[in-house]
Write a protein that binds this ligand. Sequence first.
Ligand SMILES: [Zn+2]
Length: 122
Amino acid sequence: MSSRRGHAPKRAKARPLGAPLPTCPDGCGRRVEYALTEAREWQLVDRDRSPADDAAATVAVRRDGTGRWHARSLARYDARPLEPGEHRHMPHAATCPVLAERARARREAGAPVDITTARRTP
Ligand SMILES: [Zn+2]
């Protein structure tokens, strides 16, 4: 466990109770959380839960005893269904208006679309 901690960015440490809720680092102002994926990467997810039957919310999130968020993709072909203690959340990359505007600007500028950035987990 302690060896994994070294890979976590400072911003992604479990947030102490009472600390202000983090907002989008790209400036859209929405409330987000960093969640640790099964691949041990940090994924930004919308803080608000989505309905359990919302297929567009492809991330299953649970909190551990330290308050850290853990994320698991529900979009993979072999994904287990939502489990007790997990809640559906949207990946913030899919809802962020700032990121969407940047992507639109890149498309209009004729720049090649980078398909590698939106999919950071295997
Ligand atoms: Zn955002």
